[in-house]
Write a protein that binds this ligand. Structure first.
Ligand code: HXC
Length: 629
């Protein structure tokens, strides 16, 4: 499903930000408000946001103009008829949203996909206003949508897989970090976020602590710059109140707005943040809020609304918490987390999810993966999934990658691998923070380096070819990893380089060796010795990447290539890969002898018989990958 033109219905605070991020993704963006006055106001908001970006040096005048040129305003819904995707971002009113979707359904072409930015209604309920619920999902942006990278991509029971994939890839292409969420009240993040602030106010109701004590204790416990009371003052009391009411209606009493929240809402005032912090009461506050957040987060995972990794990402990226609930539980120990939930279970029986009890019984912490392995037919996708650190290679990541590669190696059905990164980076290098901590002990840093070298050798010696789909930064160890792959396809926005000498170190995962072999001594020297980054086109010109494609084409190009390789005789492919690799260590005569040996082995395979016979019979071959007898 191709996306070129995107409609945004509503150009208020959220809608204007959404329209801007869509335009920043290079999509033709048509934004609609019902009156010229509202439209002008919304467009002005975008214009001034873009101008501020230039003033602050975050963007260039040329880029501002490029983004602005992608945006067109209209008051006529009919102008959205040919959009490939329409995102609704009007006021949070169920009937108004349904009316918009019913109208869009009548107007838009049959293939248009619809998404709602609702934060409190079920997507399925809104989708039911259309005759195409299979083409409706949720795109839940976080404030401010231009800056906040988190995007909850929501699927209902009816959302077709292709439509969901389209929404996910749209999210990525417009610079967001999508998390996959099942349609459920509060989705993944608001579910524990609302519980978090509501419980903070219940503590006030119960007289456990005063407002400044609660704000300070919560900031310390969750690694935040702003506590719940200050945050509500900034983001609006009505929003906080209505969100809790909405979850009470759909989930139950646990979310009923705290008494002080209701009173504040009714009085139309803001929290009075003045007063003395009482250090003696901070622990009680922290314990209660940690327990509530961790319990609700585990419930979200238990219900299959989102994975533990995505819940944590929602907290760290969407809410800017230092850690997500599952990482917090791992840090404090699951038994302690469970013990803290005791009083909440007493007040709200059934609060503790079975999933948490089972995890405690297993004696293991939560598994939070930074490397995802997905096998789709003959193709394995390995995705570096630590976007909050630009997929930096720490030892945990390296171990997980090693494990994923071992699984691929053992899986005879896999014929090619695509390796890419989630978010803005392919991999922005080895983890500098971890290296800084390790480097005081020479043996430890050497061990870390050897681990990395071993993983890169695992890639190189994997029988299945590996294609690096370089979606963004490929720096230092990240570029070294890409160079260990067989083929490199880069998105036109990718940046590559070896910044190591600027950190006082040198490439240590084979950069001096593989870059020189691939691009020659002059190119490698310039890159390594200056530490300068180059763009994708330049990388292709010097032979570091095979080709450059527009960002939307990256994964599709890698997939086409992988499919081509997967259609060939697997043993012939694997042994060809090994022979090509052998050129790195063997002089020509020995290389030719190596090739002859491999070629003789391939000649003895049933796939050679099949391949040649198929040619003679003028039919496509059917390869089995059976090893030589
Ligand atoms: C650890 C990293 C990281 C890295 C980025 N991050 N690169 N963490 N190791 N290599 C983290 C940042 O600290 C930050 O987290 C978050 O990712 C986002 O990065 P920003 O810097 O805020 O993003 P941006 O301003 O867009 O800049 C992008 C960037 C920059 C230009 C790529 O992040 C950068 O210069 N990174 C380091 C690149 C590098 O030097 N790589 C080579 C590493 S050495 P917080 O929590 O702070 O927000 C190496 C040696 C291998 O690879 C050999 C070993 C033996």
């Amino acid at each position: 499903m191709d996306i070129k033109t995107v409609g945004v219905v509503g150009c208020g605070l959220m809608g204007s930000g959404i329209a801007q991020t869509v335009a920043e993704g290079g999509f033709t963006t048509i934004v609609r408000e019902p009156t010229q006055e509202l439209l002008d106001k919304g467009l002005e908001r975008i214009r001034s946001f873009l101008a501020k970006g230039v003033d602050k040096g975050k963007t260039t005048p040329a880029r501002r103009d490029e983004v602005w040129a992608c945006i067109r305003g209209t008051t006529d819904m009919a102008d959205l008829a040919d959009c490939d995707l329409v995102i609704e971002a009007i006021v949070e009113n169920r009937d108004a949203k349904k009316a918009v979707f019913a109208e869009l359904d009548r107007i838009c072409k049959p293939s248009t996909v619809f998404a709602t930015n609702t934060s409190s209604f079920r997507v399925a309920e809104i989708a039911a206003a259309t005759k195409r619920p299979h083409l409706v999902g949720g795109l839940h942006y976080f404030y401010p949508p231009v800056i906040n990278k988190l995007l909850e991509v929501i699927r209902t029971n009816d959302t077709a897989p292709e439509a969901f994939e389209m929404l996910l890839s749209f999210g990525r292409l417009s610079g967001k970090l999508p998390i996959l969420v099942r349609d459920s009240p509060g989705f993944a993040v608001n579910r524990f976020f609302i519980a978090w602030y509501n419980e903070a106010i219940r503590l006030l109701d119960e007289g456990v602590a005063n407002i400044p004590t609660i704000d300070v204790a919560v900031c310390e416990a969750f690694g935040l710059g702003m506590g719940p009371y200050k945050l509500i003052n900034v983001s609006g009391v009505p929003l906080a109140y209505h969100a809790a009411v909405s979850l009470t209606e759909s989930i139950g009493d646990f979310y009923r707005p705290a008494r002080h929240l209701r009173q504040l809402y009714e009085s139309g005032q803001l929290w009075d943040l003045s007063g003395e912090v009482d250090p003696a009461r901070k622990q009680a506050v922290a314990d209660r809020l940690l327990a509530v957040v961790c319990g609700v987060a585990a419930r979200v995972a238990e219900e299959g609304v989102a994975t533990v990794e995505d819940v944590d990402r929602g907290a760290t990226i969407g809410l800017r918490w230092a850690k997500g609930p599952f990482a917090i539980m791992n840090d404090m120990g699951l038994e302690r987390a469970l013990a803290l939930m005791g009083p909440i279970e007493d007040a709200h029986p059934g609060f503790i999810p079975d999933l948490l009890r089972q995890q405690v019984a297993s004696g293991q912490p939560w598994t939070l993966r930074h490397v995802r392995l997905a096998i789709d037919g003959a193709i394995a996708h390995i995705t570096m999934s630590r976007p909050e650190a630009l997929n930096a290679l720490g030892s945990k990541v390296l171990h997980e990658l090693k494990d994923a590669l071992a699984q691929v190696r053992a899986n005879r059905a896999v014929r090619a691998v695509i390796l890419s990164g989630e978010g803005d980076a392919f991999i922005a290098g080895a983890d500098i923070k971890e290296m800084q901590a390790l480097a005081a002990r020479p043996a430890a840093i050497r061990e870390f380096t050897e681990l990395g070298l071993g993983v890169l050798r695992d890639i190189e010696t994997l029988p299945q070819p590996v294609i690096a789909a370089i979606n963004g930064f490929a720096l230092g160890g990240g570029l070294e990893l890409a160079l260990a792959c067989d083929i490199r396809i880069a998105s036109s926005t990718a940046r590559l380089g070896f910044p190591e000498v600027g950190l006082g170190i040198m490439p240590g995962l084979g950069g001096t060796q593989r870059a020189t072999r691939l691009a020659g001594r002059g190119v490698a020297s310039e890159l390594v010795l200056t530490g300068d980054l180059i763009g994708a086109e330049e990388a292709a010109r010097v032979g570091l990447v095979n080709r450059v494609v527009a960002p939307p084409q990256l994964m599709a190009t890698a997939r086409r290539l992988a499919d081509r390789i997967a259609s060939r005789a697997p043993v012939a492919v694997a042994k060809s890969k090994a022979a090509i690799l052998a050129t790195q260590r063997l002089p020509l005569d020995e290389g030719l002898a190596f090739e002859l040996d491999r070629s003789s082995e391939v000649m003895a395979t049933p796939d050679r018989v099949e391949g040649m016979q198929a040619f003679i019979d003028k039919r496509p071959p059917v390869f089995t990958g059976t090893e030589p007898q």
